[in-house]
Design a protein around this ligand. Structure first.
Ligand code: NAD
Ligand code: IPM
Ligand code: MN
Length: 347
């Protein structure tokens, strides 16, 4: 029997509450589908940081490299560990070290879900650059604490980095409805974003079958609300993609519905799957987090592993649950109720 080894990192807050249901669903679907999933759970989190002084061990990346995929809940407990420490100690280094340069975030309404744009149909695939740009971590502060203090955060965009994410976007568009929206802010940012636009324009010549449009991030934010049905694949830099995908989550009914896949397209290292949302300290461990985003992310993991049929089975079970009105309104149903409905629909 085919066996996949999965590194499970529940992380903090509702990360723990939603990875457990996702794993239950994975286990059940694997039993029916005839492959085996073996999990190893890593307690790397803010709690782990408080005990050890690090978010993960020094050889954490090397440990993870041996797995077929990583399933992550969420990282961050800002009341006790600064986000700048926790995220740069765990989530962001994994994305970078494993060259998971394409962060895929689908935004569409599940049946029965009461999103604010329910009346309109939309099916958007956001492709977020995931390893450089505004998240390069380059910069510093001088004259700290004085009136002369200056803080600099440098965005680094490389030709190789921009080209590969745009190519990825073109390929996705080609496999879908043939439309690519490239997002920048080249009216204000005259180096990096003009560079991005130039590369988009050049690559467009190689993909004559894809209709490309360029938008500024501000206009795209409005378009995602006013005319989401006009969009197919949206490709954006790291920070812009981060912001647009919380907006995408909102139009699909809430953060509890937004899934994501951090993909290493070359398969030279494991990819990582996680919901778009964070650790939600405001609702952590109350049993009310929506597990659908995590379960959907688990389906994306199976698809990436080559188990597309099993991934479809999970998506159909999610749709069956929401069609029956389970988990459709934020806060209405408990985590366990939603999980039970998805598990039951797998039968
Ligand atoms: P958040 O996504 O955790 O929460 C924003 C709001 O959405 C909260 O009101 C929360 O209750 C709600 N929400 C989120 N997920 C939900 C779900 N599944 N079901 C129901 N409601 C849900 O964003 P935040 O509050 O800005 O961040 C909290 C912490 O998480 C911070 O430390 C942040 O840095 C971190 N974070 C981590 C990740 C990640 O690990 N991938 C992503 C985003 C934020
Ligand atoms: C996300 C999160 C992270 C990001 C944070 C927690 C660093 O918001 O995955 O969307 O910005 O990438
Ligand atoms: Mn985000």
């Amino acid at each position: 029997m085919k066996t996949y080894s999965i590194a499970l990192i529940p992380g903090d807050g509702i990360g723990k509450d939603v990875t457990a249901p996702a794993w239950q669903v994975l286990e059940k679907v694997s039993r029916h589908a005839g492959f085996e999933l073996k999990s190893t759970t890593f307690p790397w989190s803010c709690e782990y940081y408080k005990e050890t002084g690090a978010m993960m061990p020094a050889d954490g990346i090397e440990t993870l490299r041996a797995f077929d995929a990583i399933l992550l809940g969420a990282v961050g407990w800002p009341a006790e560990v600064p986000d700048s420490v926790s995220l740069h100690g765990l989530l962001l280094p994994i994305r970078k070290a494993f060259v998971q340069y394409a962060n895929i975030r689908p935004h569409r309404l599940l049946p029965g879900v009461e999103g604010p744009l329910k009346a309109r149909g939309f099916d958007i695939l956001c492709i977020r650059e995931n390893t450089e740009g505004e998240y390069s971590g380059a910069g510093g502060r001088v004259h700290q604490g004085t009136i002369d203090e200056v803080a600099v955060e440098t965005s680094i965009f490389t030709r190789a980095g921009v080209e590969r994410i745009l190519r990825f976007g073109f390929e996705q568009a080609r496999a879908r409805r043939g439309k690519l929206a490239s997002v920048t802010k080249s009216n204000a940012q005259k180096y990096s974003m003009v560079f991005w636009d130039e590369i988009t324009e050049r690559l467009a010549g190689e993909y004559p079958d894809v209709a490309v449009s360029s938008y500024h991030i501000d206009a795209m934010a409005a378009r995602m609300v006013m005319a989401p049905e006009s969009l197919d694949v949206v490709v954006a830099s790291n920070l812009f993609g981060d912001i647009l995908t919380d907006l995408g989550a909102a139009i699909q009914g809430g953060l509890g519905f937004a899934a994501s896949a951090n993909i290493n397209p070359d398969r030279s290292a494991p990819s990582m799957f996680e919901p778009v949302h964070g650790s939600a300290p405001d609702i952590a461990h109350l049993g009310i987090a929506n597990p659908i985003a995590a379960i959907w992310s688990a389906a994306m993991m199976l698809d990436h592993l080559g188990e597309a049929g099993a991934a479809e089975v999970i998506m159909a079970a999610i749709a069956a649950a929401t069609s029956a009105g389970i988990g459709t309104v934020p806060g209405k149903d408990r985590t366990e109720t939603i999980t039970a409905a998805v598990l039951a629909a797998l039968d």
